[in-house]
Ligand binder design. Structure first.
Ligand SMILES: Nc1ncnc2c1ncn2[C@@H]1O[C@H](COP(=O)(O)OP(=O)(O)OP(=O)(O)O)[C@@H](O)[C@H]1O
Ligand SMILES: [Mg+2]
Length: 230
């Protein structure tokens, strides 16, 4: 049976794609069948009249995946705004049924599915008269544990703790925390690592330095974070 993990972050541009690529690469290198999925991507670049989902393209290149863009991302928007707003501008509202169908197709083809979120944990995916769908609804529907990527620098304690509180309030299970752009020589980064453990009860599973190409987490420990997809 396939297993899945949802990668979120304390905000947009914090490093979900960068860290996801390292996770998927590690699984692939240890011989596991790993796939990637993202429900909605906004801010896609238009190349030769086609929208290219940059996140999927990056993960595919780094991890050496064979998936096509359309298998990897269900909704691709050109406007670099929250998916609910891009969907309104481009008149392409997200349907939860399509996300489920596409996610389960990836799960049928790969043993380990890493799903990247959009933005941070609070992200409206669709917000119109007909329907309101948040990222948390999708995570709950797919019943995935959440790996939280946080920046190692200033402001991270507030964003990690508020994200964890929101997750608890919405019954989203935390698989672990990864600190990105971590510099061991910066005393604030070292302190943030310790304080995150004190404030959340969870020591970061790994830290990722700028330019890191190999995640410092054993493949077996990483694989153990994924939950059976039902
Ligand atoms: N550890 C790192 N070392 C070097 N560059 C990094 C690192 N982490 C992130 N970056 C760079 O920072 C930028 C933002 O990271 P990334 O695209 O992974 O964020 P994201 O959370 O996936 O953003 P989005 O919300 O748009 O999906 C990218 O250009 C990425 O290459
Ligand atoms: Mg991304």
């Amino acid at each position: 049976m396939s297993k899945g993990l949802f990668v979120s972050a304390t905000g947009t541009d914090v490093g979900k794609t960068y860290v996801t690529a390292l996770l998927v690469k590690k699984l692939v290198q240890s011989g596991l069948a790993a796939g990637y999925y993202k429900a909605a991507l906004s801010g896609a670049e238009c190349q030769n009249g086609q929208l290219v989902p940059g996140d999927a393209d990056y993960v595919r290149r780094v991890a050496g995946l064979k998936q096509t863009y359309s298998e990897m991302v269900s909704y691709v928007y050109e406007n670099a705004v929250s998916p609910h707003l891009a969907a309104r501008l481009e008149q392409l509202p997200v349907e939860l049924s399509r996300i489920k169908k596409d996610f389960y197709s990836v799960a049928a083809a790969y043993d380990y599915v890493t799903m990247e979120g959009s933005g941070g944990i609070v992200c409206p995916i669709r917000y119109d008269e007909e329907q309101q769908l948040f990222l948390a609804d999708i995570i709950q529907t797919l019943r995935l544990p959440v790996l939280l990527v946080a920046d190692a620098g200033l402001g991270t304690l507030n964003s990690v703790v508020t994200t964890c509180e929101y997750m608890q309030n919405h019954n989203l299970p935390l698989a672990g925390i990864i600190l990105n752009n971590y510099d061991e020589n910066q005393f604030m980064h070292r302190d943030n690592r310790l304080m995150i453990e004190k404030l959340t009860g969870r020591p970061p599973l790994a830290v990722v330095a700028p330019g890191c190409t190999d995640l410092a987490l054993a493949a077996a420990d990483l694989a153990a974070l994924y939950r059976e997809i039902d």
